[in-house]
Design a protein around this ligand. Sequence first.
Ligand code: HEM
Length: 454
Amino acid sequence: MAIDAKQLMEKLVPEKVRELVRVYLKTFFRHDFDLTGLTKSKIMFSNFLLHIQPVKVHRHSLQFRTTLGLGLIAFYLFLILCVSGILLMFHYVPSDTIGPDGFPVAYQRMLNLRSNIFWGSFLRNMHRWSAHAMVAAVWLHMLRVFFTGAYSRPREFNWLIGCVLGLLTIFMSYTGYLLPWDQLAYWGVKVGTEIARIAPGGAIIRQFLLGDSDVGSEALLRFYVLHVAVLPSVMALLIGMHFWRIRKDGGLAHPETLDEDKLIPVDECGTVKNASAFHSTRSYKLVEVVKGTEPKVDEPVDQMVFAWPKLIVREVVLFMLVLAAVSLVAVWFDAPLEGPANPAQPENPAKAPWYFIGLQELTSYNGFIGGVAIPGALVLLAMIVPYVEIAFGVFMNKKIRGSGVWFSRYRWPQNLVCISVTLLMLYLIIVGSLFRGPNWDFMMPWEVLSGGGH
Ligand code: HEM
C-alpha cells in the first residue's frame, strides 16, 4: 500500500515534536500552506516583502505580453546595482591624488579590482553592464507604457514620476561613468558637461556639479557622493511611490472586459473558509468571511486572480533570469578601462556614453538647437503628453480610448510621433557611435573601430 510523505512523518516523528515544529514555523509564517483563497490572501498580506503587492491582480497583468517584464527588469537591475555598488564601495576611493605606483588612486583601485581583488573584476563588470542595461530597460519600459496607452487616466501622475525616474537613471549612470578616472571616463564626462554649458543656466549647474571650472578632483568627489548616496536614495523613494501609485491607480492598465472574457476558471478563484454574510465589491475582502467557492461580485472582479502563487512565481523567475543574464555577461565581457585620466591629452574623438551620444551628434550640427532646444522640448513633451490628452478630451468632448492595448487604433497619431522620435534617436545614436571618427568626421564603422572611436 502506498504511503504518502505526511503519513510517513506522522509514523516516524512523535506528535509533540511535530507540534513544536508547527509552533516554531508559526513564529515566521502566520499562514497555512494550502491553496485556499484564505491562505493565498494571508500569504500576500502577512509577508513584509509581498504585502506591497495586491492580493489579487487583473489576469491581463499576468500575461508576459502586457508588460514584457520591462518595469520589473529595470527594478531588478536597480537592486543588483545597489548590492554590487555597496560591495565596490568597500574598495573604491574617489581621489585623483597620485598614489605610490604613479597612478591616480581612483584609477589604481580599478586596476586592483581587475587583478588583485577576489571576484573584483566580476563585481565591476556586473555593476557596469547592469547600469547600461538599466538605462536601456527603462527606455524600453517607457516605450511599452506609451505604446499601450498606459499613461492615460488615471495614470498621468505615475507617468510623471516615471519621467523623473528615467532622467535620474541616466544621471545615475552618468555620475558613475566618471569614477574609474580613466581617459574614457574623463573625456566622456567632459563632453557631457560642455554640452551643459550651452543651456540657459547651464553654466551654474555645471559649476555646481563640478565644484570647479573644469572636471577635476572636486568633480570626482561630487559625482561620487551623488552616485552612491543622493541619487540612489531619491530613486528608491520614487520607485516606492511609483509602485504605490500603480496600486492606487487600480493595478496595471488593461483593455475593457469583453463578454467572452467574463468567466474565469473556478480554480483561479480558490475556495475559502469561514461563513459570513458581509458584502463587498472587492472579493479579497470576502475571502476571509465566506464559505465555499469565492463569489463573483461584479464583472471587473471576475477578471481578478490571486497574486499568490502565479504572479510571485513569475516575478522570482524573472529575477533569476536577469541575475543569470547579467552574471553571464559579466563573466564573458570585461568593462572597459583605458589609460589613467589625462586632462592634457584629449581623446580624439572624445565620445559621450551611448545614451548621450545622440545628443552629442545633434550638438555637432548646432550647439544650442541640438544640445538644448530639441532634447529639452522632447523631455517636456514626454512629460506633458497625458495632460495634452486630457485637454484634448475636455475641449473636443471626446474620451481617448485604447488604454491597455498595444498600438491601439485610437492612438495612432501619438504612436506615429513616438515611433518617429524613437527612430530618429536610434539613428543619431548609431551614427554617433559607429560612424564618427577623429574630429567628428564621418567614416565607416571599421575605420572608426580600427582608429578613432572607443
Ligand atoms: C527606475 C525606473 C523605473 C522602474 C524601476 C519602473 C518600474 C515599474 C514597474 C515594475 C511597473 C509595473 C509594470 C511593468 O513591469 O511594466 C511600472 C509601471 C508603470 N511605469 Fe514604470 N518604472 C520606471 C520608470 C518609468 C518611466 C521612465 C516611465 C514613463 C515615463 C514609467 C511609467 C510607468 C507607468 C505609467 C506605469 C503603469 C503602467 C500600466 O498601468 O500598465 N516608469 N513601472
